[in-house]
Design a protein around this ligand. Structure first.
Ligand code: AMP
Length: 219
């Protein structure tokens, strides 16, 4: 099944997508992680997108379409994926629908909208630390790593993303409201959107996410 996580930055999309991916053996496709890897590798794509990401703005729809098309063409994506961070604009959502239709996958099976109040989002993002090597996420209060700058999972180095600094976080939230939030109505109209309160603990939110996936799979 094609599962899409929707929601503002900091709502927990990456964390919940990783848990779902582990439970059902579906690959997690995080466009943010893919772009950060390109930046870290210094590739042409990375050089093209670095300043845009640092400013909290969105990379253009055409580039994102190429990135996603190439990723979904890989064999492990044939049986479904968990999308984290794509689509993020109306143009991307329409491109994605077309891509899924053209490749015989039918379409998006389920959209999970994670909702969290804005104050909490800013707190979560500004205290977030990420592992550049494996993508694991930490929160300095609620999910603290054993050592402040070393990943518990793979011993990689932990960093604060440049775009998790407070002024950039506010810009990312503004961009979300303007360009991504309209997708809620787009997917709601289409009928497979489930709204999930993302405020509680990671495990409690995952119980709801998992129940929504089970219902969708049984339908
Ligand atoms: P994320 O980790 O999903 O918050 O993504 C980090 C940054 O990568 C975003 O702020 C954008 O600059 C860029 N990005 C990731 N996914 C997309 C997308 N679908 N469309 C445009 N830009 C994206």
């Amino acid at each position: 099944m094609m599962i899409v996580f929707l929601g503002p930055p900091g709502a927990g999309k990456g964390t919940q997508a990783a848990k779902l991916s582990a439970k059902y053996g579906l690959p997690k496709v995080s466009t943010g992680d893919m772009l950060r890897q390109a930046v870290a590798a210094g590739s042409q794509l990375g050089q093209q997108v670095k300043a845009i990401m640092d400013a909290g703005d969105l990379v253009d729809d055409q580039t994102m379409g190429e990135v996603v098309k190439e990723r979904l063409a890989q064999p492990d994506a044939a049986g479904g994926v968990v999308m984290d961070g794509y689509p993020r604009t109306r143009v991307q959502a329409e491109f994605f629908d077309q891509l899924l239709t053209d490749s015989g996958r039918g379409g998006v099976g389920l959209v999970l909208l994670l909702t969290v109040a804005e104050d909490l989002l800013v707190d979560r993002l500004s205290k977030r630390r990420v592992c550049l090597q494996c993508g694991a996420n930490y929160h300095l209060e609620f999910k603290a790593p054993v050592s402040d700058d070393v990943c518990d999972c793979c011993a990689g180095g932990l960093i604060q993303r440049d775009d998790d600094k407070e002024d950039v976080v506010r810009e990312r939230l503004r961009v979300y409201r303007e360009l991504t939030e309209p997708l809620v109505a787009y997917y709601r109209a289409w009928g497979h959107l489930r709204e999930i309160d993302g405020t509680d603990s990671i495990e409690d939110v995952f119980t709801r996410v998992d129940a929504a996936v089970a219902r969708a799979a049984a339908a």
